[in-house]
Design a protein around this ligand. Structure first.
Ligand code: B12
Length: 212
């Protein structure tokens, strides 16, 4: 059996080379080796996606490759999601996760969803292009403790602020955390969000600190 380091490298490489078969093989190998979902995504697949993002920024690769990498990620997540125990989640708390209105980037949000599910949370994935009101409705319907809003464009960061304002206005009890590449700790503070994390790895600790 391959060692952990090799498996993590294979997971990362499979996304970087947008190779779904390699991603599925490496994910199955990781599961067989007893690795946790958080480790597989956080230290393997997610790292590959970070590289894809950076290479796209440098114009070393183009949109079709990014889409192929995103499909590769989905193929791997399909293996992992059924392994996540849902029952335990309701004990830990409920989180509504989505990407804000006007923004269709969902890969990072999906990674966060998978990480939180892997950690035992009940996650309501409201998808992308979600209005502040739709976030609030989902949180009310599901009695969520936390809303997580992703924004990947400087133009859609403003919607995170609108969401936080909308929550404060109705004096709802749930907390709001924000993230996404252009988002920062400073921005989260400026808009009075309850938390920020740079990566999906840190989101588990962040949510745990808010759900007590
Ligand atoms: C993949 C991608 C796409 C894909 C999206 C596929 C999909 N299904 O999601 C496609 C090809 C569709 C796309 C489209 C567009 N894109 Co695009 N895209 C990217 C790219 C290359 C990578 C994003 C990504 O998936 N990263 C990998 C994930 C894992 O990282 P992440 O999202 O940052 O998430 C991590 C953390 O931020 C955090 N996190 C994320 N969300 C949250 C939420 C919470 C609550 C928390 C706590 C943490 C957290 O955890 C994640 C895991 O660690 C970025 C470049 C970049 N470097 O970001 C451009 C980028 C975001 N895109 C950009 C643009 C402009 C567009 C388009 C407008 C292009 C166009 N001209 O058509 C459209 C968007 C249309 C729209 N209305 O949304 C720009 C935005 C520029 C800006 N204004 O800020 C970028 C920065 C590229 C660039 N340099 O120009 N894109």
């Amino acid at each position: 059996m391959a060692d952990k380091k090799t498996i993590l490298e294979d997971l990362k490489k499979s996304i970087e080379t947008w190779n779904p078969q390699k991603a599925k093989d490496a994910t199955n190998a990781a599961v067989a080796a007893g690795m946790s979902v958080a480790e597989i995504i956080g230290d393997g697949l997610g790292k590959g996606m970070e590289v894809v993002g950076v290479r796209f920024d440098k114009a070393e690769i183009y949109l079709p490759q990014v889409v192929a990498a995103s499909k590769t990620m989905t193929a791997a997540l399909e293996i992992l999601l059924p392994l996540i125990s849902k029952g335990e989640g309701s004990l830990k708390g409920t989180v509504v996760m989505g990407t804000v209105e006007g923004d269709i980037h969902e890969i990072g949000k999906n990674v966060c969803v998978a990480m939180l599910q892997g950690a035992g949370y009940n996650v309501i994935d409201v998808g992308c292009d979600v209005s502040p009101q739709a976030f609030l409705d989902a949180a009310d319907e599901n009695e969520a403790q936390v809303i997580g809003a992703s924004a990947l464009m400087t133009t859609t960061l403003e919607i995170q602020k609108e969401l936080v304002d909308a929550i404060k206005e109705v004096e709802a009890s749930y907390k709001c955390i924000v993230g996404g590449a252009p988002c920062s700790r400073e921005w989260a503070k400026e808009i009075n969000a309850d938390g920020y994390s740079e990566t999906a790895n840190e989101i588990i600790g962040l949510v745990a600190s808010l759900v007590e």
